[in-house]
Design a protein around this ligand. Structure first.
Ligand code: ATP
Ligand code: MG
Length: 203
């Protein structure tokens, strides 16, 4: 049977249990062999704030997924210059997979709004199916709305209602900055890494 590969892009600044739950649910429910976490070096949509250095974000991803044999991390975007376009990543990943591999690009419902402004959405959807997972606070996914990208785009989208965890990296960063606890929202190893590297503290 063809390999089924999930590709989960994000800034992961830091990775949290919301991300992990999303990946686990996608893997279980859509029968993915593996989910690949792909931290973006320079996300096209997030140039407003300065991101934590890529090696820290990658280290936190590795710690978070270490115990899960179905999860893997990829540094493919970290070694590519320029903004991290998902379509480039998909095409590059595809070159290293058996030809009949089914690829699924995973994103949260809040990210879907950006899709029309993504580079080459048609090229992206030609190379993978798009799994759009529910996210607390984000409007439910209406694949029909995607038809405006190009006719038939909606057929490439799989909306997936997942166990909701209302956790966001931006909230975790502000909690650390004011000295609030972030316990139980992300793996302990990641919390320890944040502490020992003094990440997200007010400078
Ligand atoms: P930030 O607050 O900095 O934007 P974030 O928590 O949204 O961080 P990202 O790295 O931006 O994390 O997210 C990567 C992907 O995971 C995006 O597609 C996003 O929609 C999705 N995602 C993040 N957190 C959740 C969550 N709690 N539930 C569902 N999807 C999520
Ligand atoms: Mg986000």
């Amino acid at each position: 049977m063809a390999m089924r590969l999930g590709v989960f892009g994000g800034t992961f600044d830091p990775i949290h249990n919301g991300h992990l739950m999303v990946a686990q649910e996608c893997r279980d429910r859509l029968g993915m062999d593996r989910v690949l976490f792909v931290p973006a070096r320079l996300p096209p949509h997030k140039q407003v704030r300065s991101l934590t250095a890529p090696h820290h974000r990658m280290a936190m991803v590795r710690l978070a997924i270490a115990s899960n044999p179905g999860f893997e991390a990829s540094s493919i975007e970290l070694s590519r210059p320029g903004p991290s376009y998902s379509v480039d990543t998909l095409l590059q990943l595809r070159q290293h997979q058996p030809e009949d591999t089914d690829m699924f690009f995973i994103m949260g419902a809040d990210s879907l709004n950006d899709l029309a402004s993504w580079r080459d959405p048609a090229g992206l959807l030609a190379n993978c199916k798009l799994v759009v997972v529910s996210r607390p606070g984000a409007p439910a996914v209406e694949p029909a709305r995607l038809d405006c990208l190009y006719p038939g785009a909606d057929e490439r989208v799989i909306p997936l209602q997942v166990i909701g965890l209302d956790i966001a990296s931006s909230d975790l960063r502000s909690r650390v900055a004011v000295g609030k606890t972030i316990r139980c929202q992300l793996p302990d190893d990641v919390i320890a890494y944040i502490e020992s590297n003094k990440l997200y503290r007010k400078s």
